[in-house]
Ligand binder design. Structure first.
Ligand code: AP5
Ligand code: MG
Length: 215
């Protein structure tokens, strides 16, 4: 099964993708994570995208389509979860072509609906483990032991994203409404769209996603 998790910044795409990976052995393909990895390793591309990402603007279609094409060639598992990709109509068309060229198809596009006030609260409280990438929140998902990652046990490795400032978030939200939200109509017209309420406990949202994928 190949699915897209579609939603604004802070909708919970990464959180829910991690659960699907653990529960269904699917492979998460997050272009945001790939771009952050390129920055960390200091590649030319990583240097090129750093300022764009920190400002909350979209990286070019060419770069992200290239990243996804590479991963589709190399990764394997019980299906792909596209997280944060596609984000423009050009990326959506490219994904359709890439999957078709492999004899694969998209099974569902899950739109996670969360209102702006909740997004701001989620983004400004977010932190992740720098070792394993597990996501946390100051109020909604605290580690069992302060300063220590529940998943990998790393201590003092938590960090916050440079684009999680209020100003960058405004730009990211605008990019979502302007460039990404047209994908809702695009996938609705193709009969692939499943809309779920992304508000509520993380477990509740996970159950709604499972229901949408089963139905
Ligand atoms: P990307 O990394 O994709 O960021 P994003 O879309 O802005 O989304 P986030 O990762 O911020 O949110 P999320 O939905 O994953 O939420 P999370 O699960 O962490 O992209 C970053 C940048 O890279 C872009 O701005 C752009 O520059 C570039 N880029 C990436 N892909 C691109 C593309 N395809 N084209 C062009 N440019 C691209 O949850 C957020 C917080 O809320 C966490 O703390 C979590 O613990 C908490 N939480 C989650 N669920 C719940 C819940 N149900 N209740 C309470 N708290 C919750
Ligand atoms: Mg994410």
């Amino acid at each position: 099964m190949n699915i897209i998790l579609l939603g604004p910044p802070g909708a919970g795409k990464g959180t829910q993708a991690h659960r699907l990976v653990a529960e269904r052995s699917m492979v998460q393909l997050s272009t945001g994570d790939m771009l952050r990895a390129a920055r960390r390793s200091g590649t030319e591309m990583g240097k090129k995208v750093a300022a764009v990402m920190d400002a909350g603007k979209l990286v070019t279609d060419e770069i992200v389509i290239g990243l996804i094409a590479e991963q589709l060639d190399n990764a394997s598992g019980a299906g792909f979860i596209f997280d944060g990709f596609p984000r423009t109509l050009a990326q959506a068309d490219a994904l359709g072509e890439l999957l078709a060229s492999k004899g694969a198809r998209l099974d569902a596009v899950v739109e996670m609906q969360v209102d702006d006030a909740a997004l701001v609260e989620r983004i400004t409280g977010r932190f992740t483990c720098g070792e394993c990438g597990e996501g946390y929140h100051d109020s909604f998902k605290k580690p069992a032991v302060e300063g220590k990652c529940d998943k990998c046990g790393a201590e003092g490795a938590f960090k916050r994203r440079p684009d999680d400032t209020e100003e960058a978030l405004r730009t990211r939200l605008m990019a979502y409404y302007k460039d990404t939200s047209p994908l809702i109509g695009y996938y609705y017209a193709k009969g692939q769209l499943k809309r779920i309420d992304g508000l509520g406990e993380i477990d509740e949202v996970a159950a709604r996603i499972s229901g949408a994928l089963a139905g």
